[in-house]
Design a protein. Sequence first.
Length: 138
Amino acid sequence: MKSYRKELWFHVPSRRAFVNITPQVEECLKESGIKEGLILVNAMHITASVFINDDETGLHHDYEVWLEKLAPHEPVSQYRHNVGEDNADAHLKRQIMGREVVVAVTKGKLDFGTWEQIFYGEFDGRRKKRVLIKAIGE
């Protein structure tokens, strides 16, 4: 069985964003040479996430609105974590959206359902963060 590891780095200039990273993950899969197996895509920061969904701007807007209702950024004083910080909401948003995804690899391709794409979700941007890609298989 083969194993492949690579880190992707992101520097989102805004506080929050959703970045379609499917092309980068597909490139990693190609580099790995794995034709049958699994690929893990994992946000390595506690204020960022990786998730699978549709690449549709209306849906991304709806996520923004929904997440802000569930874990509003302001007032920052509402969170105990925010003593000296202002990112408690980002931790909560990450918990909701998830840490990682695992995708089956079949015939050297990501084995997706219709419309599925992989996204990096940033909830406390303006600094470098990484995503781990780990593929295993044959």
